[in-house]
Design a protein around this ligand. Structure first.
Ligand code: FE
Ligand code: ZN
Ligand code: FE
Length: 196
């Protein structure tokens, strides 16, 4: 009879998935940084690239703490998120609209990682892998901070700038439509997509 997988096996699988996801992100983050116009946004992506390299090293420590070989296993989830980000970068948007879209792509990746590390921390805790808990929690905190920073940039001007650019675009194209569009923009100030 074949042996059934345990939570520990699932844990190792998820660690390998996270390891591969981080490696994919070290290739994607420079592209996001390069596509950004806002200096703050570019810096945010570059800073997170450095953090991501630290997260890879941290995962290697986790494997070592469990006496397991360091291994990755292709992460389809982050590959899909990166693929969607690439499609956005191919679109013909004005600079500030592109920045808003880059933030949206980046936040999808951060949330995926927050879900992954949240599970990893909880499982490590349940199984008593104290050293792994400590290391994985550090990364989870970094992912959350990166997500918050992106929210701050979106809500600190980039979303509104993109909305204003859309409005002036409409003014150029069809002046008659402006008053309705302007009213709508003035009354709807919700940007829940960036709120966490
Ligand atoms: Fe990460
Ligand atoms: Zn994955
Ligand atoms: Fe991240």
């Amino acid at each position: 009879m074949a042996e059934m997988g345990t939570l520990h096996d699932a844990f190792l699988d998820e660690l390998r998935d996270a390891y591969d996801a981080e490696k994919q992100l070290t290739k994607a983050l420079p592209k996001l940084a390069k596509a950004a116009t806002s200096t703050k946004l570019r810096t945010a992506f570059e800073t997170h690239l450095q953090e991501t390299q630290g997260q890879i090293a941290r995962l290697e420590q986790v494997f070592q703490s469990l006496n397991e070989p360091v291994r990755g296993k292709h992460c389809d989830g982050i590959a899909g998120i990166i693929e969607e980000g690439k499609s956005v970068m191919e679109e013909d948007f004005d600079e500030i609209t592109m920045d808003a879209c880059l933030i949206a792509s980046g936040q999808r990746a951060e949330h995926y990682e927050m879900a992954a590390y949240g599970t990893l921390v909880a499982w490590a805790q349940a199984m008593g892998h104290t050293q792994a808990v400590k290391l994985l929690q550090q990364t989870l905190d970094e992912e959350k901070a990166a997500d918050k920073k992106l929210t701050g940039l979106a809500e600190g001007g980039i979303n509104q700038g993109a909305a204003d650019a859309a409005q002036s675009d409409e003014e150029d194209a069809a002046p008659a439509v402006v008053s309705a569009a302007a009213k709508k923009t003035a009354t709807s100030k919700a940007t829940p997509g960036n709120r966490r």
